[in-house]
Design a protein around this ligand. Structure first.
Ligand code: ZN
Length: 464
């Protein structure tokens, strides 16, 4: 700095407390050309084209949601990515990675290319796309990877979509291919056989009530499937990511595999941390998901794993199904689509709950930022607010209580939430993507198309 000449920048975020990997720091954040330039001590004279007053607020890198489904059946495509990313922007999420379990499923390179282009037209935050690992599409993996897929989703249980579950042979072949490409395999791990047998037995006895879901998909179905996936990863040398783990036992298996040298990561969803079996009975179809919500003891034990650093990411697993379809679940749980929409609320809700439970900010914030950035390979440009990184910024008020109301707040095409009526202490005040404000006070102010598709594979990054 020369004398008292003001520091110049495009944008200054002044007066706030910046959440850095080392802890909270009072500083002014300077942005140039959509990227973080530097942080300077509070009170440093600054001449910026735009100054945002962050007094009393915390300044966090934007949340990265590794697990969203925007492109579900029943909503037109651009609407879907626009509505989904609008919710993300309002909720402090600046980057999402969408899953291929869509209509039609992203199982080929051609569909991957088509989706990335069409989704970009509607997006208001940046995004990546996972590829798919299914038996019929094993030969399409390399093509998806070349277009930007950092990994491939495999689904073990049966599903009612056109997304064939991976057999053991499919998984081994796909993992060998992914290992060769330097990509990761993501697995929805619940044992197909266990679930099919239990569901048939329950239906035969006329059991289609909400609680039947818990009996059809017991914890053991997840735990045993995770054990098998980790063994396959060890045999093939493939990096593996276990999606939406709902049991502490499964998280422990991943931690043991990591300790034994397997490149294994895992994520937990907001709903498995915030809701339990009693909530499922209370909210009916709006709480139906797979794996299902678990008992209160397992929820507490899952928080212990978060506190112990055994989880790499917290995600929404956002599924914007129609209200009527979700309400069906209250009469016939097996007719209810699996999934909860929460991309707009999951980050403030989990931060709020973490603070109530005494989890340190330095422990919980990285599970929304650096942790997921590393899993999907966007850590070179997103996930922390250090010089050169994208200026994806969220201003948070950690002590501004509000109550969730899907009807009044959501940007979803169909508004519903299992969290309706729940109190939250943490509020997202403002969200910026690459230095531009995309949402303020819950309103979205960026046009469709501001969000960019980010190719995440090493191969695609080297080319661009
Ligand atoms: Zn999912």
């Amino acid at each position: 700095m020369t004398g008292d000449a003001p520091v110049r920048a495009d944008l200054a975020v002044a007066g706030g407390t910046i959440l850095t990997p080392g802890g909270p720091v009072a500083a002014t954040l300077l942005v140039d050309g959509g990227r973080v330039r530097e942080t300077v001590p509070p009170g440093t004279p600054v001449r910026a084209a735009e100054v945002i007053d962050a007094s009393g607020l915390h300044v966090m890198a934007g949340a990265i949601d590794l697990h969203v489904h925007f492109d579900v059946p029943g909503i037109s495509f651009e609407d879907d990515f626009n509505a989904g990313t609008r919710g993300a922007a309002a909720g402090g999420v600046t980057f999402v990675v969408e899953h291929p379990f869509s209509d039609p499923p992203t199982t080929t390179a051609a569909r991957y290319a088509d989706k990335s282009a069409r989704a970009a037209a509607g997006a208001v935050v940046d995004f990546g796309l996972w590829g798919a690992l299914t038996g019929p599409s094993l030969r399409e993996m390399a093509g998806q990877h070349a277009l930007g897929a950092p990994g491939f989703k495999a689904f073990l249980p049966d599903n009612d979509m056109d997304f064939p579950p991976a057999t053991e042979a499919d998984l081994l072949t796909g993992m060998a291919t992914a290992a060769r490409l330097g990509a990761r395999v993501l697995v929805h791990a619940e044992d197909r056989e266990t679930i099919a047998v239990a569901e048939t037995r329950l239906r035969a006895r006329g059991r289609t009530d909400i609680a039947a879901l818990l009996e059809a998909r017991p914890p053991s179905a997840e735990i045993e499937a995770v054990r098998g996936v980790l063994e396959a990863a060890r045999r093939t040398g493939c990096a593996v990511h276990l999606v939406h783990l709902s049991t502490p036992e499964a998280v422990d298996l991943v931690a043991q595999a990591r300790a034994a040298g397997v490149d294994a990561t895992c994520e937990v969803t907001a709903h498995h941390l915030l809701l339990d079996e009693d909530d499922l009975r209370r909210v009916g179809g709006f709480g139906v998901c797979a794996p299902p919500l678990r008992d209160a003891g397992r929820v507490a034990a899952l928080w212990d794993r978060v506190r112990a650093g055994l989880v790499q990411a917290i995600v929404s697993d956002h599924c914007p199904y129609g209200r009527a379809d979700k309400l069906k679940g209250s009469a016939d749980v097996f007719a209810c689509p699996f999934g909860i929409q929460s991309v707009q609320e999951y980050m403030p809700l989990v931060l709020s709950e973490a603070l109530r439970r005494g989890v340190a900010l330095t422990r919980i914030v990285p599970l929304f930022t650096e942790g997921p950035a590393r899993v999907c390979g966007v850590d070179g440009s997103k996930g922390v607010l250090t010089p050169g990184m994208d200026a994806d910024i969220v201003l948070l008020d950690l002590n501004r209580p509000w109550v969730i109301s899907a009807e009044r707040q959501q940007h979803a095409v169909e508004r519903w939430s299992p969290y309706d009526g729940r109190a939250c202490d943490v509020r997202v005040v403002r969200t910026l993507v690459r230095g531009r404000t995309v949402a303020t006070g819950g309103d979205v102010v960026a046009p469709p198309g501001w969000g960019r598709f980010v190719p995440l594979s090493q191969e695609a990054r080297c080319r661009s």
